[in-house]
Design a protein around this ligand. Structure first.
Ligand SMILES: [Fe+2]
Ligand SMILES: [Fe+2]
Length: 304
């Protein structure tokens, strides 16, 4: 290939102006908190779950569950990397780039904390055993969908999911009967609270300025992502194929029954539905409407 052709394929955008002036003091405040509240997943002692009297079948279920948590947290990394690139070449102020860098580091430590728990329970699984997870997890982040929204619009949509996962994580924290799992859940929740806060800040700053078309698009993208990947076994088992729904649901129930920091499949949809109602109320202030999601709003929800 001609060198000139290569250059065409990988253009390096102009980074200038590299903005240093503080434009959003409320975002900078979150950056300061992130520095003060940093933590090390390797400082959590997992001896309690290593030595606990837990049946082999339950250990395997817990290891699968925490492996799933680890894959999910890892899924936030490529998403964050793309946003960092957008922030750099979109000449965003320093505090916006710093927040995205913090977000990536924090999701990576959530990933790290999760695979340590999986390891201590019975073994981390680097590749999902179930075929559906092999296909679902990579689709969690669709760059095409992100690029269809504005930079702050797509960040806002994703922070709405932080709220949903925060609610689920709270239930998992309350389910955890072992100190090491409780500790990991608590520290992850503390980071997620900042990610949610970031979403609130950018909604306040930018949502008034959005046109009707983008508002409608944001609502649709939120619903699409929730249905397309997160209800497919990631947040809840509701949209899985029947045999996988039973298998994954049974494992989750086992992990929850033994207090391994899991949500019982029967509780998940209720938590997500309540959280969706709150999210709808939050964004309706800005004229954003989240379309109906049959699995949560419709008949299926009644019988779930
Ligand atoms: Fe996370
Ligand atoms: Fe997060």
């Amino acid at each position: 290939m001609q060198p000139s052709l290569l250059e065409e394929l990988t253009p390096v955008p102009n980074p200038y102006p590299v903005v240093s002036e503080l434009e959003f003091p409320d975002i900078w405040k979150l950056c300061e908190q992130a520095r003060e509240l940093a933590w090390d997943p390797r400082s959590i002692d997992h001896t309690d779950i290593e030595q606990a009297d837990i049946p082999a079948e339950v250990r395997a279920a817990g290891a699968e569950w925490w492996s799933l948590r680890a894959w999910m947290e890892h899924g936030a990394i490529p998403y964050g990397a793309e946003r960092l690139r957008d922030a750099i070449f979109g000449h965003q102020p320093f505090e916006v780039k710093q927040h995205v860098v913090n977000f990536i580091a924090e999701e990576l430590r959530h990933h790290e904390a999760s695979f340590h728990i999986a390891q201590a329970l019975g073994g981390y699984q680097p590749t999902p055993r179930a075929e559906y997870f092999k296909s679902i997890i990579p689709r969690f982040h669709e760059e095409g969908a992100e690029k269809s929204m504005s930079f702050f619009g797509s960040l806002a949509v994703n922070t709405l999911f932080e709220k949903l996962s925060g609610e689920l994580l709270q239930a998992r924290y309350e389910n955890a009967r072992y100190a090491s799992i409780q500790q990991a859940c608590k520290l992850i929740l503390r980071d997620e609270a900042r990610h949610i806060q970031f979403g609130r800040i950018i909604m306040r700053h930018f949502f008034e300025t959005l046109g009707a078309d983008e508002k409608a698009l944001l609502g649709r993208q939120f619903a699409k992502k929730l249905q397309g990947s997160l209800l497919n076994g990631v947040y809840a088992v509701v949209n899985l194929p029947e045999d996988e729904r039973l298998r994954a649901g049974r494992n989750r129930a086992l992990a929850a029954d033994y207090g391994l920091g899991a949500t019982h499949p029967d509780e998940e949809v209720g938590i997500i539905r309540r959280s969706l109602e709150e999210i709808r109320a939050d964004v309706s202030v800005y004229g954003i409407e989240i379309p109906e999601i049959p699995e949560l709003d419709g008949q299926a929800a009644v019988s779930a």
